[in-house]
Design a protein around this ligand. Structure first.
Ligand code: CTP
Ligand code: MG
Length: 457
């Protein structure tokens, strides 16, 4: 019985569980006020704005974080903005007696820790219109103005439902690890569809190439290579959902279908996982897993994940060039990094057959014969064939040989730079060793995610 009433009941139950309590809200507000007072004391003449989910009342109770943007006039140079931004960040942290580290996005900024909360103190430009944007943080004050004017308590409630639904399905977050939906994207989707349920109903039928232009900025639809295109209401040139991967787009459609077909509360919460050995699961596939494990480079996740993906793709290409077949691949990082390749064909004959020109094409035939005259040479279906010794009959040997090169040679071979520098002492884990890594909950979830069917039709 999927009546509107039954769905409302489910959503109300979820809302009750996920909405911050009055006391949690009071706590956050009091901390924000303390920080704001310090900001006001410190920034002499500059302006600032609170940003992000707090200003729309769409923050989630388990995410103890808020953002303060300090706005600099347009005529300040980039360098000066960075320098002064960090200086003010430090001053504020000292004033509130917090701790901090410098974090990096397009610009460095101060990430403070204060009474259990992460406070991002981000310098940006105070611009009159978005055509003057220099870096993506400059859009944030525009987002703030756009959404705070339009958001209502009902939209906040619906956004929280969406964020929770995405979190439960590993789809929330626009970082390069997740490649999912940002908080701002959630707010825009809800603003566009008004309720969680109407978004879900629409999204169940989404096909790649969904286009949403809330402010109707474009007469003609601009071209973007992404499956989901949501034009930023404050900046017509930006696709807010550019980071959503194709895999995650289809996964989202799939979970929306699941909810539409059978609404239930459990879709909003992760099932507790009990790691169990996956040896027999891996063995029963009769494929070969080759998982390259190496030291994690000391770099930001936002740089690491794209580098791991790029390296994995490069290795897949290399294996294919040597006639091996790759069934699938995935990447993982925790204390160490893993590039996991599942091989469909990992062992090949020691001889390799080459396909030459038709015997009627005389000049090419001559060249072919000259090149391969010392090997086994014959004619098959009117074309020349030759047989040579295969250089790498075993996929694992090809990987070992390739990855044992110096960082400089690895880079030359197309391995991403920080990964290349970290490859020393790499190990290759095969089925049973890989399966034993699944004792850790995190790795177990990674393997299960790779193995499970991700699409419900
Ligand atoms: N932002 C953005 N695009 C992203 C990430 C962030 O435009 N991919 C901008 C938005 O203006 C957003 C602000 O930066 O409101 C703060 O980002 P963040 O704290 O990451 O997200 P929130 O929207 O605050 O959501 P959350 O509840 O997860 O903190
Ligand atoms: Mg935030």
């Amino acid at each position: 019985m999927n009546t509107a009433k039954a769905i409302d009941k489910i959503l109300d139950n979820v809302s009750k569980k996920i909405t911050p309590t009055k006391s949690e809200e009071k706590q956050l507000i009091s901390i924000i006020r303390l920080v704001e007072r310090s900001v006001e004391r410190s920034i002499s003449g500059l302006s600032y704005t609170l940003a992000g989910s707090f200003t729309r009342d769409t923050w989630m109770k388990d995410k103890k974080e808020f953002d303060i943007f300090i706005m600099f006039p347009e005529n300040v140079t980039n360098q000066e903005l960075e320098r002064k931004g960090l200086e003010l960040g430090k001053k504020i942290v000292k004033d509130i007696k917090g701790t901090y580290k410098v974090a990096y996005a397009e610009h460095p900024y101060t990430r403070a820790k204060f009474r259990g909360y992460d406070v991002d103190i981000v310098p940006c430009y105070n611009l009159s219109d978005t055509s003057k944007i220099k870096s993506s943080v400059d859009r944030t004050p525009f987002h703030n103005r756009y959404l705070t004017k339009r958001f209502t308590p009902s939209l906040s409630k619906q956004t929280r439902l969406l964020k929770q639904f995405l979190k439960a399905n590993n789809l929330y977050g626009s970082n390069t690890k997740t490649q999912g939906f940002s908080g701002y994207l959630c707010e825009l989707l809800i603003y566009n569809y008004k309720t969680f349920n109407s978004l879900i109903i629409q999204a169940s039928d989404w096909e790649p190439g969904v286009y949403i232009d809330i402010e109707k900025h474009h007469k003609n639809r601009p071209h973007y290579p992404n499956p989901l295109i949501v034009i930023d209401p404050v900046d017509p040139k930006r696709n807010v959902s550019a980071v959503v991967s194709s895999d995650n787009f289809m996964k989202f459609v799939s979970v929306c279908k699941q909810f539409k077909n059978k609404p239930k509360e459990s879709l909003f919460f992760k099932k507790p996982v009990k790691p169990k050995p996956l040896k027999s699961v891996l063995e029963s596939r009769k494929t070969q897993f080759l998982a390259i494990e190496f030291k994690k480079p000391d770099i930001l996740d936002d740089i690491l994940y794209p580098q791991l993906r790029r390296t994995a793709k490069r290795l897949v290409k290399l294996l294919k060039d040597y006639e091996f077949q790759v069934m699938g691949y995935d990447i993982y990082a925790n204390n160490k990094c893993t590039i996991m390749l599942e091989m469909e064909v990992w062992s090949l004959p020691h001889v390799r057959k080459l396909h030459g020109p038709p015997i009627s094409v005389k000049n090419h035939s001559k060249e072919f014969i000259f090149k391969y005259k010392k090997t086994r040479l014959w004619v098959e279906d009117d074309s020349w064939k030759a047989e040579i010794k295969r250089k790498y009959p075993i996929a694992e040997s090809l990987l070992k040989k390739t990855l044992s090169q110096s960082p400089a040679s690895l880079k030359e071979a197309g391995i991403a730079s920080y990964v290349a520098k970290s490859m020393k002492n790499f190990k290759i884990l095969k089925n049973s060793q890989l399966a034993s890594r699944a004792k850790s909950k995190d790795f177990y979830e990674f393997l299960i995610n790779y193995l499970e069917n991700r699409v419900v039709v």
